[in-house]
Design a binder for this molecule. Structure first.
Ligand SMILES: Nc1ncnc2c1ncn2[C@@H]1O[C@H](COP(=O)(O)OP(=O)(O)OP(=O)(O)O)[C@@H](O)[C@H]1O
Length: 310
C-alpha cells in the first residue's frame, strides 16, 4: 500500500532522508519512531505529496507521489504534527468546509459529518467553536478532517503528542476502530512503547535512515545479540573485572551501586557464545554465584538502536 524506494531528501547540503526503503502492507498499522529531527515529518510530507524528494521514489496504492500526486491525494488522509484550526468555525462547519473543498456534495456531507463526529467522539461538541476545544479534541477534529474523503491510507504525524493519558487512550481506541475498518495507517511518535501498543509493525528511523523494522518481537530479536548480563561474584571482584575487561565482546562493565559483588556489562554474542563465556570464566577460577540476562524494555531497545547518531 505504501512503499518508498531509496527515498532521499536534502535540504541544501543537509541530508534529512537517506535512501529510505520501507513497505507498509494494506491494513497494517505501522509505527514510525525516531528522535526529534530523525526524518519522520519529512517522510510524511513526501508521502502526502507536499514535498518533493531529492531522489528516490515513493508509492501510495501503486501511484508515484511525484508523477501522480492527484491520485495519491485521493487515497491519503494526512494529519500533520502542527495544524491550524479556523477558530471562527464551529466544529461541524469546519468539517463541512473541508468536505466542500474535496468536492463532496452537500447532501452527502450532511450525512457524513455526524458519522465522523461520532467516530472521533465529538458529537456533543458539534456546535462548539473550534477555538474552545481542548487539545485532545482538536487532535480528534483534525483526524476527522483527514478522514473526510474516506481515504484508504492515513498518515498521522504524532497524533498523541501533548495528550494526557486519558486522551491518548481515546486516540488509541479510535485508531483501533479505523484499523477494523481496513485502513492502512502510518503513525509517528518519538516514544516507542506508546507506538508498540497500537501498531502491528514498527520502523525505527535515525538520522534519516531506517535502522530497524519489523514486528515488535522481531525488533526485540534484532537486538538480542546485544544484551546486558549481570554476574554475581562470591569473592575477588577485582579479578572478575580484569577477566571481563579482556573479553572483546564485553563492554561497559559496571559495578552495582546496591551490591558490591554484582557486575553488569553489555555482551555482544549469541546464546552459545554466552555459554562459552560462562564456562571460560569458571575455568579461570572466578567464583560466579549467578549469571543473568537483564530484560530490556522497549525504551531501552529504542535507545540502543538509535544511540550514537544525532
Ligand atoms: N525546510 C527545512 N529546511 C531545512 N532543514 C529542514 C527542513 N525541514 C526539516 N529540516 C531538517 O531535517 C531533519 C528532519 O526533520 P523532520 O521534521 O523530518 O524530523 P522529525 O523526525 O519529524 O522530527 P520531530 O519529531 O521533531 O518532528 C531535521 O534535522 C530538520 O531540522
Amino acid at each position: 500500500m505504501i512503499e518508498t524506494i531509496n527515498l532521499t531528501k536534502k535540504y541544501g547540503k543537509f541530508t534529512a532522508l537517506d535512501s529510505l526503503n520501507l513497505k507498509v502492507d494494506k491494513g497494517t498499522v505501522f509505527g514510525f519512531v525516531g528522535h526529534n529531527g530523525a526524518g519522520k515529518s519529512t517522510t510524511f510530507s513526501i508521502l502526502s505529496t507536499l514535498l518533493a524528494p531529492t531522489s528516490g521514489t515513493a508509492f501510495v496504492n501503486g501511484y508515484d507521489v511525484t508523477k501522480n500526486p492527484k491520485m495519491v491525494r485521493k487515497y491519503i488522509g494526512y494529519m500533520p504534527d502542527f495544524f491550524g484550526v479556523y477558530d471562527q468555525f464551529k466544529t461541524d462547519e469546519y468539517l463541512d468546509f473541508y468536505g466542500a473543498s474535496y468536492g463532496i456534495p452537500l447532501e452527502e456531507r450532511q450525512k457524513l459529518i455526524p458519522q465522523l463526529l461520532e467516530l472521533v467522539n465529538l458529537t456533543d461538541k458539534k456546535d462548539a467553536y473550534v477555538d474552545v476545544l481542548s487539545r485532545g479534541m482538536k487532535q480528534r477534529l483534525c483526524l476527522a478532517r483527514a478522514l473526510i474523503h474516506d481515504p484508504e491510507v492515513l498518515i498521522l504525524d504524532e497524533p498523541a503528542s501533548g495528550l494526557d493519558p486519558r486522551a491518548r487512550i481515546e486516540m488509541r481506541e479510535i485508531l483501533r476502530e479505523l484499523k477494523s475498518m481496513g485502513k492502512t495507517i502510518m503513525i509517528s511518535s518519538h516514544i516507542l512503547p506508546e507506538l508498540a501498543e497500537m501498531c502491528d509493525e514498527i520502523g525505527v528511523i535515525n538520522g534519516g535512515k531506517l535502522v530497524a523494522t519489523g514486528r515488535v518481537e522481531e525488533i526485540h530479536q534484532q537486538l538480542q545479540a546485544n544484551k546486558v548480563l549481570k554476574v554475581l561474584i562470591l569473592k575477588d571482584i577485582d579479578k572478575a573485572i580484569r577477566f571481563f575487561e579482556d573479553i572483546p565482546s564485553v563492554s561497559n562493565i559496571q559495578l552495582s551501586e546496591q551490591r558490591e559483588n554484582l557486575l553488569s556489562f553489555s555482551f555482544e554474542g549469541t546464546d552459545e557464545e554466552q555459554v562459552d563465556l560462562l564456562k571460560k570464566a569458571l575455568d579461570s577460577g572466578l567464583m560466579i554465584l549467578s549469571l543473568s540476562q537483564e530484560e530490556s524494555n522497549l525504551e531501552d531497545i529504542f535507545l540502543e538502536i538509535t544511540k550514537g547518531v544525532e
